[in-house]
Design a protein around this ligand. Structure first.
Ligand SMILES: Nc1ncnc2c1ncn2[C@@H]1O[C@H](COP(=O)(O)OP(=O)(O)OP(=O)(O)O)[C@@H](O)[C@H]1O
Length: 758
């Protein structure tokens, strides 16, 4: 009988904190086995060494540790959790004081005791480890009084109860952080500085024409140098442009690579909740916007900014008063522009979202074009598409409105400022405060200032739009990858060995042990007794190794869900699924899937060649083996149909294959993969009776070497299975062979008689 101590803390914690907490728990596990005195000594040492209190961080640590301590929900586990909190705090080198209250007196005011899921005591006050052992003893005594059977109260599986928080807001420096090749940036910046410096020499040359207060041509040598300076600044710009474009393209490549790679590795539930089109638009459009924003800002900072500073310095040198006037006007204008451009970020985010929904609508229509035509829904879909186009247009227009305000404000503002400055300058010339040559130089500098200021204004508006894109990209990158949530990837080899050793010998190939599951996400601590929303209710079933086992039952009973849980596309809320005696959460998902072959209900075929589909995930497989697998499912003719043989295309999503051919191709892939367990979800539903019989024979011959679990509606395909499980409303209602079930299960008998099998 186990006693569980649950934290009452609500644990809506960032997944990054949870990952760190997992490591803290794992790192603590060895220490938890130490003697109590040593544990207290270690925690005490940490507590005194890192005494800075930061309640918020401490709370985060504690919440994170509590949320991942599914494994630690035992008396020892509570201690483990306490150590882990202290350790997490130690890693952060802060906030130990508050944690130590939890760590040194692990259970005071923070926990209640459950026995087999039944709360037997609330808010137990335990001062130290020794006392906690006494409570365990008391708890054991209480067990006989309590029911012993789990009441189902308590916590959910940790990964499922926390939604990732919204992505943190992005800052301009995040955009700069995207450029990895800093050397190229330095070269580009140097070229920009050279170009800007040379440009600043130009007003000096112009002033040469007015060197003695009236117009006169300078010497040919001066003109030659002038042209040389122009040429050199042009060459510097060419190099700057090329290097910058290279950095920009690299940013797009890196962002696309990282994002698309991450997209392929998200948890399955993310694909359930998001639209494919929106994800595609993030990979295509948002990444391009990063490049534009980065380039514009970089040019503004390296060319525009030094030019502004240089011109301002020269203007200051020529006439400080006139410069002060110009500066006041420019700063005022800058404030107005900044305020307006902030509106662009919001508008841009909306515009990109609308573009995303337009892309997903197009994708939806292209994917279901036959259904749309056949149901005469072309017009209604077209009008929906037009609606999305209209929305995207509206959002683009809104952004254009804001953007179109920025440009005229900048132009008119600058023209007015220039007029004011020149008038003030003319007045100062008239009173002898500056010479004509100085006024000409000042005016030339003022006009040089136009281009960098314009650059900076447009960069500012693009910056907000690019930050919007970066935020949409980060939203996806911030989602945890499936493998990052695999406990097994964090375990030390020693611990892994211990887990291997703990696997039960002679265990069934697959075992469901009291599995409770729902697709919905639940709040922390929310009860699991809402039967209506549960897909599986305390499901217990076994699939013996080497046997052919079937799951049957009415539609919606949870049959496909059983297979998806075995594949660990989703995690159970309670109970455990075991494969060869080991909890599937103790495998890494990739190791688990190495032993499982799975043919989905709709047997999707990927665009590409026959060979690509057959050898998906298998690496190099010889032609002979491919052909053998195809022959086994009666598909040998596909390889001879096209001149390209196995490399012949199968069309977009296998469009050039019939439904039955698609299913047989998926089965051939599963056979080729040679996995120890094969899962078939309605895999023969589209086959004619001849092919169905042939594939049935193949599967029958494999029994003994392979374990086969089949979900089937057509009972004729599984009548001779070694074992049949009958599911109804997520519960196992009967198990046995066909002849046994016909006698003992009403539901099975009904299914069989509907199909004229009894
Ligand atoms: N991704 C999902 N998100 C939310 N609910 C789901 C999801 N997949 C299935 N369900 C729901 O879970 C329940 C069980 O579905 P499941 O596909 O396992 O049933 P099934 O027995 O295989 O049905 P069928 O024989 O019709 O294929 C159904 O009520 C279904 O609507």
């Amino acid at each position: 009988m186990t006693i569980q101590l649950f934290s009452e803390e609500t644990t809506q914690t960032r997944w990054r904190d949870r990952m760190r907490a997992r490591r803290a728990i794992l790192a603590s596990s060895r220490l938890a086995k130490a003697k109590p005195e040593r544990i207290e000594r270690v925690i005490g040492k940490w507590a005194s060494k890192y005494p800075v209190t930061d309640m918020e961080t401490a709370r985060t640590d504690r919440a994170a540790v509590c949320s991942v301590s599914e494994r630690a929900r035992s008396q020892e586990g509570c201690l483990l959790r306490s150590i882990a909190v202290a350790r997490a705090a130690k890693y952060r080198r802060r906030s130990i004081t508050w944690c130590s209250g939890f760590a040194l007196e692990p259970f005071r005011g923070h926990a209640w005791v459950e026995v087999g899921g039944v709360p037997v005591s609330e808010n137990v006050e335990i001062a130290d480890y020794t006392k906690s052992l006494e409570v365990r003893a008391r708890g054991d005594a209480d067990v006989s009084a309590a029911s012993g059977e789990s009441a189902g109260a308590g916590l959910l599986e940790p990964d499922r109860m926390m939604e990732p928080p919204p992505a943190a807001p992005v800052r301009p420096r995040d955009l700069f952080g995207l450029a990895k090749d800093k050397r190229l940036l330095v070269v580009a910046a140097l070229m920009a500085l050279v170009g800007s410096g040379l440009t600043l020499l130009i007003p000096g040359f112009i002033a040469k024409f007015f060197s003695d207060g009236s117009f006169s041509l300078p010497s040919l040598g001066w003109i030659g140098v002038f042209l040389g300076v122009l040429l050199a600044s042009g060459v510097a710009m060419v190099f700057q442009y090329y290097y910058l474009q290279k950095v920009g393209e690299t940013i797009v490549r890196d962002a696309r690579g990282k994002l698309s790679n991450h997209l392929l590795r998200l948890q399955i539930k993310e694909y359930d909740e998001r639209s494919a089109g929106d994800l595609v638009s993030r990979v295509a459009a948002d990444t391009s916007s990063l490049r534009t924003g980065f380039l514009q800002i970089f040019v503004a900072c390296t060319t525009g900014f030094p030019l502004v500073i240089g011109t301002c310095a020269l203007m200051l040198f020529l006439d400080p008063f006139l410069m002060g006037t110009a500066l006041a006007l420019i700063v005022g204008l800058g404030f107005v522009l900044f305020a307006v451009s902030r509106l662009i970020q919001g508008a841009s985010l909306v515009a990109q979202q609308k573009l995303g929904s337009l892309t997903s609508q197009v994708q939806r229509d292209m994917g279901g074009i036959r259904t749309i035509r056949a149901t005469n829904a072309t017009d209604s879909e077209a009008s929906m598409l037009e609606g999305r186009v209209e929305d995207a247009w509206q959002a683009g227009l809104k952004m254009a409105k804001v953007q179109s305000i920025v440009s005229p404000i900048a132009n008119i503002g600058f023209q007015l400022s220039a007029i004011v400055v020149i008038l003030v300058g003319a007045y100062r010339t008239s009173i002898g405060a500056m010479s004509i040559s100085e006024l000409v130089q000042f005016a030339a500098l003022l006009f040089i200032l136009v281009s960098p200021l314009g650059q900076m204004a447009s960069a500012l508006s693009q910056l907000h739009s690019s930050l919007g894109s970066l935020q949409r990209i980060n939203e996806i990158l911030d989602l945890p990858r499936e493998d990052e949530l695999d406990m097994a990837n964090l375990l030390s080899p020693e611990l892994l060995k211990t887990l291997e050793a703990s696997a039960k010998p002679n265990a069934p190939a697959i075992e469901f042990d009291d599995v409770v599951f729902t697709y919905g996400t639940r709040e922390f601590g929310q009860e699991m007794d809402d039967a209506d929303s549960l897909v599986l209710h305390k499901l217990n079933l076994q699939v013996p190794e080497g046997k052919r086992v079937a799951i049957v039952g009415p539609s919606g009973a949870g049959k496909s869900t059983v297979l998806q849980l075995i594949e660990r596309f989703y995690d159970v809320n309670r109970g455990a699924v075991r494969v060869f005696g080991k909890d599937i959460r103790d495998y890494s998902r990739s190791d688990l899937r190495d032993v499982l072959g799975y043919v989905e209900q709709d047997a999707p075929v990927l665009s590409g060649s026959l060979r690509e589909n057959l050898t998906l995930g298998l690496g190099d497989v010889g032609d002979d083996r491919c052909m053998e697998a195809l022959e086994r499912v009666n598909l040998g003719y596909l390889a001879t149909r096209s001149e390209q043989g196995l490399d012949g295309p199968v069309g977009e999503s296998g469009a050039s294959l019939s439904g039955g051919e698609r299913q047989r191709l998926a089965i051939a892939r599963a056979l080729l993969s040679n996995k120890r367990i094969l899962l078939f979800d309605e895999a023969t539903a589209n086959l004619d009776s001849h092919n169905e019989r042939q594939i049935g024979d193949v599967l029958r011959n494999m029994a003994g070497n392979r374990t086969v679990l089949v979900v089937a509606h057509r009972l004729s395909t599984i009548m001779d299975a070694d074992l049949i499980h009958v599911l109804e409303h997520g519960r196992l209602v009967a198990s046995g062979t066909h002849s046994e079930l016909v006698v003992k299960s009403q539901i099975y008998r009904n299914l069989a008689s509907e199909q004229h099998l009894v």
